[in-house]
Unconditional design. Structure first.
Lengths: 195, 170
């Protein structure tokens, strides 16, 4: 099991100019990122859609690398997005899944069959170009450069320590960083998009 | 007077292309197979098949934010399956996308035996989604109206294709 923050710190030097969709990792990524105009923190528009959203972005921007920090709860809600990504086979897409084996933002209840699922095997079976799974930071540290240089779609499953929230939503600290509208506007300006 | 079964897929495709469509995010249905064949042969359009309709909305949001111009092509059954994804990924993110939706069960005399048709318009009304019915080729300019409204109001607008068993299947 790894800490989410430590994974992101290891990843950060290898980011280059990639667009990063930070998902549920934004609470840490917002403090680590040094290229905020290419960060896309969207909160949780509707659970289960991050992978297909990232696919759309990667297809629209084939010259920009797109990195997604997905969660296993989101992925379980739309596992079939893996076959959708694999069919389109965007070479510029790296798909991390941060797997804490639970729904951390609702109190830590386990996701179905939490500890027995090999998401990397499912992704490979769906047709991702390459697929990895890490349970310790040292192994990831050794391989992250290669992962970021490989042609996509690349899938990386990461076992992480849950950061469970038990407070009712109305009592939680406000989300960090920009609003999603501002994040979208900044990214589009950065990329020169005005449609 | 409108005639049943006369919606030309070529005209529908031409309307879509008039508005610079780059990607069609879609799941097959009985209304749109012939349109699929045409789109597949068109080198200016990329087809992005989805395994479940809700994923079409998130994918279209990513395409739009990245500068592409997607359209969503699904059936009314899948539209209803997509409620939360449509809300969060398109309405909640101001995505100007046109939904071309096969109107399964629709009949022109207003009496149907298919609950898919029964609930389609109430569903769209519940989400405050503007929609236009296209039954034949004479109605096709409504597709352009939908594109213009989506752009103006930065939200999804729906075309209901009310020609289930004729034109698109030939």
């Amino acid at each position: 099991m790894m800490k989410m923050e430590e994974i992101l710190k290891v990843f950060a030097p290898h980011r280059g100019d990639a667009i990063v969709i930070s998902g549920r990792a934004n609470r840490h990524w917002d403090k680590i990122s040094t290229n905020k105009n290419r960060d896309l923190s969207l909160g949780d528009p509707a659970m289960g859609g991050h992978a297909s959203f990232a696919l759309g972005l990667a297809l629209a921007r084939p010259k920009n690398k797109v990195v997604l920090f997905d969660s296993e709860g989101d992925l379980q809600m739309s596992l079939s997005s893996l076959s959708m990504v694999a069919e389109q086979a965007p070479k510029n897409f790296v798909h991390f899944v941060l797997d804490n084996e639970c729904y951390a933002t609702t109190g830590g209840q386990p996701v179905p069959n939490a500890s027995k699922i090999a998401y990397d095997v499912i992704a490979k079976g769906c047709g991702y170009s390459s697929s990895y799974a890490y349970t310790n930071l040292e192994s990831f540290q050794v391989n992250v450069k290669r992962i970021m240089e490989e042609p996509g779609p690349v899938f990386v499953a990461m076992k992480i320590v849950p950061e469970i929230e038990n407070l009712p939503i109305g009592q939680r600290a406000p989300r960090l960083g920009k609003t999603k509208d501002q994040a979208v506007a900044d990214l589009r300006k950065e990329l020169g998009i005005n449609n | 007077m409108t005639t049943e079964g006369s919606l030309s897929p070529e005209i529908v495709l031409a309307e879509m292309k008039k508005h610079g469509i780059t990607h069609v995010v879609w799941l097959p249905d009985s209304e749109t197979n012939w349109l699929y064949t045409l789109m597949k042969a068109d080198p200016t359009i990329t087809l992005v098949p989805v395994p479940r309709e809700g994923l079409a909305f998130s994918c279209a949001a990513g395409l739009h934010i990245g500068g592409a111009k997607p359209v969503i092509l699904i059936q009314n059954t899948g539209l209803m399956e997509s409620g939360d994804s449509m809300r969060g990924w398109t309405m909640g993110m101001n995505i100007p996308v046109v939904l071309i939706v096969g109107y399964r069960g629709y009949t022109r005399h207003g009496v149907n035996k298919d609950t898919a048709a029964t609930y389609t318009e109430p569903f769209l009304n519940a989400f405050h989604i503007q929609y236009y019915l296209v039954e034949n080729s004479e109605d096709a300019p409504r597709i352009s109206v939908a594109f213009e409204e989506a752009k103006k109001f930065q939200r999804p607008v729906c075309i209901l294709v009310g020609d289930e068993y004729h034109g698109f299947n030939r």
